[in-house]
Design a protein around this ligand. Structure first.
Ligand SMILES: CC(C)(COP(=O)(O)OP(=O)(O)OC[C@H]1O[C@@H](n2cnc3c(N)ncnc32)[C@H](O)[C@@H]1OP(=O)(O)O)[C@@H](O)C(=O)NCCC(=O)NCCS
Length: 308
């Protein structure tokens, strides 16, 4: 889409997205421990379990770390948090696993920090999928939907593994499942200027009323609950956030369970989906969404295999 063709509404939407992508304080993920390549750790199989009805993960939860993929049961979702701040040796090794088109994308970033995060994110995605599929990360091929959602392509498509990637600051989340299409989002919780106005403009009337009643201290957490839950759903469908943010209604009050309430005003459509809140590190909030009645999520912290 060319900027000249944008209407003011889309310009506002783009500014909001740009702001959310760049503003705010930097929150760092706990750096992964150095590990020899492909050495499994005992804790890598110890995962926390959470249900969409009662998310047992809290901001203080430390996800256990590992670098081997456990069995992925047919009804499970695994979510890995990976640091995008890696050693130069790890970055070089992750870069070596990228495809020519990914390297070309990496080359287009103006700032080294953003380029390195992209390489580390794609590299982590390849490492994690490679572990589940027992394949060399560099051998994986991706295809892209019209709105840019990546999926396993060619001979790997038959593996029936669905995945999604999200990143914020130095944190990436990779969600993997066999259940079906999946979406994940993560955001660093930070102050956002004119939050009430943004909620009124981009979210539903019901959400706007509830949001405006919140105590000012609760608003940042509530805003990012709203944002991540909606975005996770819109990434699961592959549509993305450019059109339908206000059509996806979610629960968002701090401390209350994550739930999808309606899609385009239809509660029965929302009931076909499950959403779960994620708390990968202090100061970050995330959500994962999947087309299923129930959602069993296991979370871990990915120790990069490459270059450590
Ligand atoms: C997908 C989208 C929601 C991502 O938002 P974001 O907050 O900037 O980024 P996140 O960190 O949550 O996720 C980015 C990752 O999601 C994945 N992704 C990209 N497009 C996606 C889509 N349509 N659906 C699901 N996942 C998508 C990619 O893996 C991407 O990471 P990468 O670029 O490093 O590979 C946003 O870019 C969007 O709405 N895109 C749709 C654009 C569109 O409609 N294009 C049509 C042609 S104009």
């Amino acid at each position: 889409m060319k900027p000249s063709g944008l209407r003011p509404f889309w310009l506002c939407a783009l500014s909001l997205l740009t702001y959310l992508a760049t503003a705010g304080r930097i929150c760092s993920l706990v750096a992964p421990r150095a590990k020899p390549i492909f050495r499994p750790t005992a804790v890598s199989r110890v995962f926390y379990r959470a249900a969409n009805i009662l998310s047992s993960l809290t901001e203080t939860t430390q996800w256990p770390s590992g670098s081997t993929a456990p069995e992925l049961a047919s009804d499970e979702v695994h979510v890995w948090a990976a640091s995008l701040c890696v050693t130069p040796a790890a970055l070089e090794a992750l870069d070596a696993t990228l495809s020519p088109d990914e390297k070309e994308r990496a080359g287009k970033f103006k700032f080294e920090k953003h380029r390195n995060r992209f390489i580390a994110g794609r590299g982590a995605l390849r490492e994690i999928l490679g572990e589940y599929l027992k394949l060399n990360p560099a051998a994986l091929c991706f295809s892209y939907s019209t709105n840019g959602k990546p999926a396993l392509a060619g001979e790997f498509a038959s593996a029936a593994i669905h995945f999604n990637l999200a990143h914020s600051e130095d944190m990436a989340l990779v969600a993997v499942t066999r259940v079906g299409v999946i979406g994940v989002d993560v955001e660093c919780i930070r102050p956002v200027k004119e939050m009430d106005e943004l909620v009124a403009r981009f979210f539903s009337a019901r959400e706007t009323v509830l949001f405006q009643r919140l105590h000012p201290d609760e608003k940042a957490a509530a805003f990012f609950n709203l944002w991540t839950r909606k975005e996770a759903l819109l990434k699961a469908t592959g549509e993305g956030i450019t059109r339908s943010l206000s059509l996806v209604e979610v629960s968002f009050l701090p401390g209350k369970p994550a739930r999808l309430l309606a899609i385009a005003g239809d509660a029965s459509k929302a009931a076909e989906w499950a959403v779960c809140e994620l708390s990968p590190a202090t100061g970050f909030v995330g959500a994962v969404a999947i087309k299923a009645e129930n959602l069993t999520v296991q979370c871990g912290r990915w120790d990069h295999l490459a270059g450590q």
